[in-house]
Write a protein that binds this ligand. Structure first.
Ligand SMILES: Cc1cc2nc3c(=O)[nH]c(=O)nc-3n(C[C@H](O)[C@H](O)[C@H](O)COP(=O)(O)OP(=O)(O)OC[C@H]3O[C@@H](n4cnc5c(N)ncnc54)[C@H](O)[C@@H]3O)c2cc1C
Length: 440
């Protein structure tokens, strides 16, 4: 398929596939009160989780969202989650070394946040197609399979029992592709419909009398006001005793210390037209989610009805026209599944994630402002979990410094919030991936 008009279905839309079931829309509401115990900036999973937790502890809270509720990354993701976290790789590809207690702590957050989300979905009866189907991590070169073997051995030594290696010869039991050189299966992984999950968070907030939601109200200025805070928005001034900023990949200069420590990175997704059921079963015989060992990696899965392929990746690290992303992603899809060469693209979209200098998610406090930030690519489980922890801290249910306060969001040398280096990082990664996969 070469021409642009051949690539897209006749009903193509440049918006998340997930918005078929939940589309961000303006909230109807009366004039919100101006003074609250807590103000939350940003209405994604993290911000709503903070609000739910502080409200549960009897505090009044306003959530101020720049756009519509659900405009951010939380309704735009691939919907893949796992109870593990791959740590140690920075955005620049530099291998990072953490003290063992930090590794244990972060691995613990990943495990706890997965369980926390499962409980929330159950408690709130959220029908978001949550399915524990496991994840296949494909090796993109023969020596990547050796890395996976080493990782598997380490996991075994630490007592992990729910993962196993798959050699190239059995790979078709897991995936309808010969692209990979074997892989590693993680059983403790799941998939869901991210926008229906978001709708569940939003409805839980809307049901709570102590929570006020205000959309189309970008916080332009945040300043100390006596013992509390004043927040200026296009809809006037709000005040609160405590503030949490949960803006992740959309962080602006509202809190410069946060802005200068987060690198926003665009991530892109396409969803194909419907494919025959037998082909879908061949592509994903066990209904798993898929990711891979490349630096510029792709992730994919079937949609909840099992009839389309969702294929994503950081085809470019920056916001780029959807036609270009769709073409690049479609080419990547066909390299893995040549049978899909003639299948068209029904949806294409993008959204922002945020990376920290140490490639870890963070929650903490800068000059009295609480924050949750740096999902580092995967935040469906960890961002609401950290939001809940920050909520507990604000409500006084956790006293003193938390585990999260022990790992400070680091400064990034020579960086002031404008990621000028991303195109260069992207080119270097593409080159390194090419060498790895073709010349070694
Ligand atoms: C394409 C894509 C694919 C992804 N795939 C996966 C996946 O498969 N698995 C996974 O675990 N994670 C995935 N993620 C990451 C996941 O979606 C995010 O980690 C998570 O949604 C972050 O939630 P959040 O609440 O921190 O931020 P967001 O949902 O981005 O919310 C932040 C909000 O802050 C608002 N805001 C910003 N500045 C201001 C201001 N000054 N005033 C008021 N409001 C403001 C923004 O408008 C935005 O709505 C993906 C992300 C993208 C973009």
């Amino acid at each position: 398929m070469n021409r642009s008009d051949d690539l897209f279905t006749t009903d193509f839309r440049a918006e998340p596939y997930w918005w078929n079931e939940f589309r961000p829309a303006p909230l109807q509401g009366s004039d919100p009160g101006r003074s609250h115990d807590v103000a939350v900036v940003g209405g994604g999973y993290a911000g709503l989780a903070v609000a739910l937790e502080v409200a549960r502890h009897g505090l009044s809270v306003v959530v101020l969202e720049a756009g519509l509720f659900g405009d951010g990354a939380s309704t735009r993701s691939g919907g893949a989650l796992s109870a593990g976290l791959s740590i140690g790789k920075s955005l620049t590809g530099k291998a990072l070394d953490y003290p063992p207690e930090v590794v244990d702590m972060v691995v613990g957050w990943a495990r706890d946040s997965f369980a926390h989300l499962e409980r929330f979905i159950e408690r709130e009866h959220i029908d978001c197609h949550f399915e524990r189907r496991g994840r296949f991590l494909g090796a993109c070169a023969p020596h990547h399979y050796q890395w996976l073997q080493a990782r598997f051995d380490k996991l075994q030594r630490s007592g992990a029992k729910d993962c196993w290696l798959i050699g190239r010869e059995q790979q078709r039991e897991e995936i309808g592709s010969d692209y990979y050189h074997g892989g590693l299966v993680f059983n403790a992984a799941a998939k869901l419909h991210p926008a229906l999950l978001y709708q569940g968070y939003l409805r839980a907030c809307q049901r709570h009398p102590a929570i006020t939601l205000v959309d189309q109200s970008r916080v332009q200025r945040l300043a100390r006001d006596g013992s509390g805070w004043a927040l200026d928005t296009g809809r006037g001034r709000f005040s609160a005793r405590q503030v949490a900023v949960c803006t992740n990949g959309y962080t602006d200069n509202l809190v410069p210390r946060l802005h200068h420590r987060l690198v926003p990175v665009a991530s892109h997704i396409i969803v194909t037209d419907e494919i025959p059921p037998a082909l879908a079963r061949r592509i994903s015989p066990n209904g798993r989610t898929f990711s891979e060992t490349r630096r510029i990696m792709h992730y994919f899965r079937l949609t909840p009805d099992g009839r389309r392929v969702l294929f994503g990746g950081r085809s470019r690290f920056t916001t780029t026209p959807f036609e270009l992303n769709a073409r690049l992603l479609h080419a990547g899809l066909v390299r893995r599944f040549p049978e899909l060469a003639e299948v068209r693209v029904a949806r294409a979209w993008q959204g922002n994630v945020a990376f920290s200098g140490d490639a870890l998610p963070h929650a903490g406090e800068f000059d009295g402002v609480h924050y949750v930030a740096a999902c580092c690519g995967g935040g469906i489980t960890v961002m609401p979990y950290l939001g809940t922890q920050v909520g507990l801290k604000i409500a006084g249910a956790i006293k003193g410094p938390t585990d999260f306060d022990r790992v400070t969001l680091p400064r990034i040398p020579f960086y002031r919030g404008k990621p000028w280096f991303l195109p260069m990082v992207g080119t270097a990664f593409r080159l390194a991936d090419y060498v790895d996969e073709n010349l070694r």
